[in-house]
Design a binder for this molecule. Structure first.
Ligand SMILES: Nc1ncnc2c1ncn2[C@@H]1O[C@H](COP(=O)(O)OP(=O)(O)O)[C@@H](O)[C@H]1O
Ligand SMILES: [Mg+2]
Length: 370
């Protein structure tokens, strides 16, 4: 069997750099070496790209010590990488595991498109929408997917119409609310606000991270239920999991620092409710155009039993103890098999794309397309 060469891209310039490194370590360890040659490509915190073999398990090395240099996309070679100016070997498929800005928001996916490299996960548009809490809500709400009420605005609008915006938060949403930058992850810049007087500070904080802010009504005593998606044109939903955060909500500390948040799989839920949540996850995935993988997060009001879709994550955490692979494991697909499937999906999509007409002159010459 001919081995495929797989580039795993990880790290990145976002606050989730370390999470991405952990994901890559698990993925690299689980990729079947009988099938794949693995090239680990790290983006360091300053945005420099290079091969970093320390991910294979040798003693930790600083991110700045990445070897080699990387340059731009090269479709003629189906390649991405050059070390010291030499063209690198062509690659069969890329697994982008960079979370957050530049990794999960469509930027990296756009670069891979330009290099005509097959890659795992959603394309440019679904990635961008998956990352943007406002646009995501707009699209999902238009299709009737339940979500919380919200108010959104841009930096200059907050400056010009602050008292009007505060009034609409008070009258439309009430308190408490969650104030979030539109385009970020890992709970960075997010605050829970209980009274009007604290709104300004929370908005100022959120505006440090993005020029657009969303303020959401808080789901009371929310249970956090998550569902993994896998597939191409047809998406499948895993069993559901529940996060029991160690803090008051699932903030950065609860996610990454104190490590005491609990994952409960399967989530203890009535069968009918679980089925509704899973089909809602699949529907949302189709509406957003998710491809390959995604984790869909819900908030469940445990008194009323009503749920809302909180967000879709197109590059979910991928360590061996992360929710995304754990949910598939509980649904009968182990970690290595999951990677095989994701790679196959990436290759299928790219093979299909290769047949698309890109240059309209081709249709003009053959007399069609007029
Ligand atoms: N509207 C809400 N009601 C209740 N809890 C919320 C709400 N929005 C966010 N949270 C809490 O904040 C956490 C982080 O918010 P989320 O929108 O998922 O941001 P991120 O993209 O950074 O993960 C959630 O996991 C949940 O604990
Ligand atoms: Mg979240």
């Amino acid at each position: 069997m001919i081995k495929r060469s797989v580039i795993v891209i990880f790290g990145g310039r976002s606050g989730e750099h370390d999470v991405s490194v952990s994901s890559a370590r698990s993925v690299v360890a689980a990729l079947d070496r009988g099938k794949y040659d693995v090239v680990p490509l790290r983006i360091d915190r300053s945005g420099r790209w290079g091969i970093d073999r320390s991910i294979f398990g040798s003693p930790g090395r600083d991110a700045s010590a990445v070897e080699g240099r990387l340059l731009g996309p090269d479709p003629s070679r189906r390649s991405l990488l050059r070390e010291d100016g030499r063209p690198a070997e062509p690659v069969d498929v890329v697994i982008p595991l960079v979370h957050g800005t530049f990794g999960e928001d469509g930027c990296l996916q756009g670069l891979l498109e330009m290099a005509e490299l097959p890659y795992v996960g959603s394309g440019v548009l679904a990635s961008a929408v998956g990352m943007d809490k406002i646009e995501q809500k707009r699209l999902l709400a238009a299709a009737g997917i339940p979500s919380v009420d919200y108010v959104e605005f841009r930096h200059h609008e907050w400056g010009a119409t602050q008292s009007h915006l505060k009034r609409s938060v008070r009258s439309r949403l009430g308190f408490p609310v969650f104030v979030k930058p539109a385009n970020l992850g890992s709970s960075v810049g997010i605050s829970k606000v209980r009274r009007s007087a604290d709104l300004e500070r929370a908005v100022t904080e959120a505006l440090r991270f993005d020029s657009r802010v969303i303020i959401e009504r808080a789901v009371p005593d929310a249970r956090e239920i998550e569902c993994s998606l896998l597939g191409g044109d047809e998406l499948r939903a895993s069993v559901l999991g529940e996060i029991r955060p160690s803090g008051e909500f699932y903030d950065y500390r609860a996610k990454y620092l104190d490590g005491t948040s609990e994952l409960v799989i399967p989530a203890p839920l009535p069968i009918g409710l679980a089925a509704d949540i899973r089909s809602c996850a699949v529907r949302a995935g189709h509406i957003l155009g998710i491809h390959g993988m995604a984790r869909v997060d819900f908030l469940l009001d445990h008194r009323s039993g009503e749920f809302v879709l909180n967000e879709v994550n197109t590059v979910p955490g991928f360590t061996s103890i992360s929710m995304y692979p754990k949910l598939w494991e509980a649904s009968g697909i182990g970690f290595s098999e999951l990677l095989d499937r994701l790679i196959d999906l990436a290759l299928e999509r790219s093979a299909r794309k290769a047949h698309l007409v890109r240059d309209h002159r081709q249709t003009a010459l053959t007399g069609r397309g007029v």
